[in-house]
Every structure is written in C-alpha cells, then in structure tokens.
Design a protein around this ligand. Structure first.
Ligand code: 5AD
Ligand code: SF4
Length: 495
C-alpha cells in the first residue's frame, strides 16, 4: 500500500467553485452561470435555483463569458471561505466590463449575512438573495435587468422548496442529494449557520419519498438525505420545529428514523445515506433502521468538534465527551461494520494543551475512518464572537491542526489497510479521475474504491476484492473479473 493519499480536510473540496451545468440543456434562451461554494446544501440549492430560473427559459452554461445572469452561491462558515469568494467576485466584475448587461448575483450564506452591505462593499453586484428567497429570483432578475439593484434576504418560517424538483447540476447521474430540513436551531457558539439559514424546518415526507422514487426511475441508485442536523427531522405539517415541539400531542408526527425507513423502502437497489448527524440527537432507532435495511448505508458522519468536555460546553454542543463515546459504542454494537467520520475544530476559544490532548485522545479512541478538520475562525454575531475571546494564536491553531491531520492520516491509512483482502459492494459512479481504464465508486462505508473497468458501467453494483490502498482510496479488482484467487494474490505481491 502507498501512503500518498492527500487528506481532504474540507468537505466538497474538489467541487468548490465548480460552475455547474445541466448537460444536454443547450437552448436558445438566456444563459445562467452559477458557481457554488460551501456545503452539500449549497450545491443542492444551486439545483433549485437552476430549476426556478429554468422555468423562466434560462439554460445553464459553464462559460462565464456567455452568461446573461451570473450567480455565486456563497459560504460564510469560515473567514477563508468568504475571502476566496470575494476574489471570485473580482473576476466576475472584470467579466462584466466586457459584458455590461450581465447581471451579477450573490446568493447563499454571505448574501444573508451581509445583506445590503454587500451592495456597498462589492460594487457592481446587482442581486443579493438569501437562502429562503430563491423563488423570488425571476422578479429579482427582472428588476436587475432594468437597472435596479435587487435584494431579498427574508428568512422564512415555511420555506423548504418541497414542490420544486431541483435540476441535478454537474452530477454523475447515479447519486443525488435530497434536502430534508433547512436551517438549524442548535446555536453552536462558533457557528454562523443559524444566522444565515434561519430556524429549523422539516420538509414534507411525501415530497421527499416522491423525489427519491423519481430519481430511482431516472436511473439514480443512491440518495443522500441532507440537513444541518438530519436526526432532528420532525414533520408535523410544516413550519418551525420549535413550534411543533411546543404542541402537547406529537403522535401524528414523522421523525427521522421513520423517514429513513420509508425512503429505504422505495427500492432495495436504492442506497440511502444521510448527513449530517448530531451526537445529541442521533438516537437508537436510526441505528436499528441501519442494521435492519441493507440499503441504508453503514456510514455516519458524526461531528465531535472537540474531545474536551469543557470546550464542548463552551461550544454549546449539548453533549460531553463521555456521551459522545457512548454513542460511538452504541453504533459499533448495533451496526458493527459502520464507517464513522467526523468534524474537528482546533484552537477554539480558551483551548489549552490539555483540551487539545483530549481531542487527539478521543480521535485515537474512536479510530475515525476519515475527518474534516479546521482551524477555528471567529464569525461575527455568533455567541463565541460576542462573549469569548479568540485567544489561541493563529500559529498554535495551525500546529494543533497539523497534529490532528497527521493523526487522522495515519488512522485513515490503518482503516483502509483493514479493508484489504475483503470484498466490497461498490456502486459505480463513473470513471476514475486518474485513469479512463478504471472505474470508481463507493462502498457502503463511503470509501472510494477504484478498479479496472472491463465490462462494468456507471450505476452498476460491483463486488470488488480490495488488494491495495492509499490513505484516501481503496484499490481492487471486480470479483467476477479475476480468473482465480491466485492471480489476484499475485497482483497484490507484485505491487
Ligand atoms: N470555525 C471553524 N470551523 C467551523 N465549523 C463551523 N463553524 C466553524 C468556525 N467558525 C465547522 C464545524 C462544522 C463544519 C461544517 O464546519 O466543524 O461541523
Ligand atoms: Fe452550525 Fe451546530 Fe447547526 Fe452544525 S449543528 S449548522 S455546527 S449550529
């Protein structure tokens, strides 16, 4: 095995800033260029926006120079995300010099956070539209086209875009995301999301299951149920979750475990994933559903953020180190083959050497398969920014992050080594990024598996015997392709 894999420290890293296009949707209409940053939810939202503007005759393009409307779907989660996006806005402004009629819009979390300030700070931006106002885009585009600046940053009690069938932009035709909740009520003290995406609302389960059904019909074989905190999903006829919880009688509600099972029943050949889980809300019913239904993938992304109970308290995470480890124990007991990943922040306010050691210790105890790891970045208006001092020096945050990444790299490699010599059921997503002779897909634990193409195709389930790995990828051969066990073993010895 080779230790050449690069650890992905940021989620969706390979897709940041991708200009998304609906392939085959060439048309005479106006052209929409849409660049997306941030989390999966933003990528999913870009599909909703393409759908809303598609109904107005827009088709998508990946060429900024031919756009009539250019949108940047933005992320505010860390300061470096915002800086990167400001850089892209400079590029768009240059493009506008050659194409003065092009309408430039900023959507997503930065739009919501900065509101009209964006218009002052970023001259030549025409539209500012927040995450709950995408239905208003046709009006906003009309206003902007007639020369006015157009803003809608209202957050909503009801909006879940349940009835909008999102355009699947830049996807692989095999796996798709389905948003099931919007917003977040958790108020982790470091996090800007509750301010940019509003309070938590759940989407009608009927529309979720119908979307999954339609996707399966179109040839998709995997759906990921998406939300800031999926375990907190609660359908009670619409509106804010906090209002549903205030009712006396919750007997007619649908919770996450129930939703998960309903989606799993769409078809045994439709894999179901979900993200993100919150340790304080992830209950045993979800684990039992995972154990019972083979098509619910054995994989949980369970952000811990810190291994120190003291810091978890300051972060307002709602659990202790011991509670978290008990959840992990329960996962391993109920779903023994479960892949587990996490998010970790280094250098949060007042973090001491001991707190940092607690984080490294917890990582070792859990043995994560992978992790997204970040330096703490103070975000304006959050409880941490208001009440705590960002007092860990940047270089110390960096040193601690490097230690966390280094530990995770070795654990990821060890985890992949454990998978060697085993057969994995892989859903093929397409050609390998490095070789047209190879295919790549994922096993249920969400690990990328690469193997020779032969006669296999995108959308197939293939049993792959893994015989090599890096810290980021499993490598192997389809079991049906090997002439004999001996030849596979020879291959392993040669490499
Ligand atoms: N600084 C650093 N990381 C953050 N995250 C959220 N807010 C911040 C912040 N202010 C990380 C958390 C979260 C992930 C999506 O981003 O780890 O789980
Ligand atoms: Fe932010 Fe916490 Fe909500 Fe995640 S659960 S979006 S970290 S407030």
């Amino acid at each position: 095995m080779r230790n050449e894999g690069i650890t992905v420290t940021e989620p969706m890293e390979d897709r940041q800033g991708q200009a998304l296009e609906l392939t085959g949707a060439e048309g005479p209409g106006r052209k929409l260029y849409i660049e997306t940053y941030g989390c999966q939810m933003n990528f999913s939202d870009s599909g909703i926006v393409a759908s809303v503007l598609g109904a107005e005759g827009f088709s998508t393009t990946t060429e900024m120079e031919e756009a009539d409307v250019a949108l940047v779907n933005t992320c505010s989660i860390r300061d470096n995300a915002e800086k990167r996006i400001r850089g892209r806005l400079d590029v768009l402004r240059l493009a506008k010099r050659n194409r003065p009629k092009m309408v430039i819009g900023v959507m997503g979390c930065m739009a919501e956070r900065l509101k009209t300030r964006l218009l002052e700070e970023e001259k030549l931006v025409d539209i500012v539209v927040g995450p709950d106002s995408y239905r208003d885009l046709p009006n906003l585009v009309r206003e902007a086209t007639s020369g006015q600046q157009a803003v809608n940053v209202l957050l909503s009690r009801e909006e879940t875009y349940a009835d909008i069938s999102p355009v699947r932009l830049g996807g692989n035709g095999v796996s798709a995301f389905i948003s099931i909740t919007r917003g977040c009520d958790n108020m982790c003290s470091f996090c800007v999301v509750p301010f940019t995406r509003g309070r938590e609302r759940s989407r009608n389960p009927g529309s979720i299951v119908e979307e999954a059904r339609q996707l399966f019909k179109k040839g998709y074989r995997e759906v990921t149920l998406l939300g800031q905190n999926v375990d907190s999903y609660l359908w009670g006829g619409g509106g804010w979750k906090k209002d549903i919880l205030a009712r006396n009688d919750l007997s007619d509600t649908v919770n996450f475990a129930e939703l998960l099972v309903t989606v799993a029943k769409v078809d045994p050949d439709l894999r179901v994933r979900f993200s993100t889980s919150h340790p304080k809300d992830m209950d045993d019913d979800v684990l039992h559903a995972m154990a019972k239904y083979e098509n619910i993938c054995s994989y949980i992304h369970l952000p811990v953020q810190s291994g120190s109970t003291r810091l978890l308290g300051l972060m307002n995470r709602g659990y202790t180190r011991e509670w978290y480890l008990e959840r992990i124990r329960k996962i391993r007991e109920t779903v023994p083959d479960c892949g587990i990943s996490t998010d970790i922040i280094t250098g949060f306010c007042t973090e001491t050497k001991e707190d940092h050691k607690d984080t490294l210790g917890l990582m070792g105890e859990v043995g994560y398969d992978s992790a997204y790891m970040f330096k703490y970045s103070e975000r304006p208006a959050t409880a941490a920014a208001r009440n705590m001092e960002d007092d860990v020096p940047e270089d110390l945050k960096g040193t601690r992050l490097a230690e966390v990444i280094s530990l995770q790299n070795s654990m990821s490699l060890a985890s992949n080594e454990q998978d060697m010599g085993k057969v994995h059921r892989v859903l093929v997503e397409g050609e390998s990024k490095r070789s047209a002779e190879k295919l790549q897909g994922r096993n249920p634990q969400n690990k990328v598996v690469v193997f020779p193409k032969k006669d296999h195709r995108k959308g197939d389930y293939v049993n792959v015997l893994v015989d090599d790995c890096t810290s980021a990828t499993l490598l192997g051969v389809a079991v049906s392709d090997k002439t004999s066990e001996v030849s596979v073993l020879e291959k392993k010895n040669d490499s």
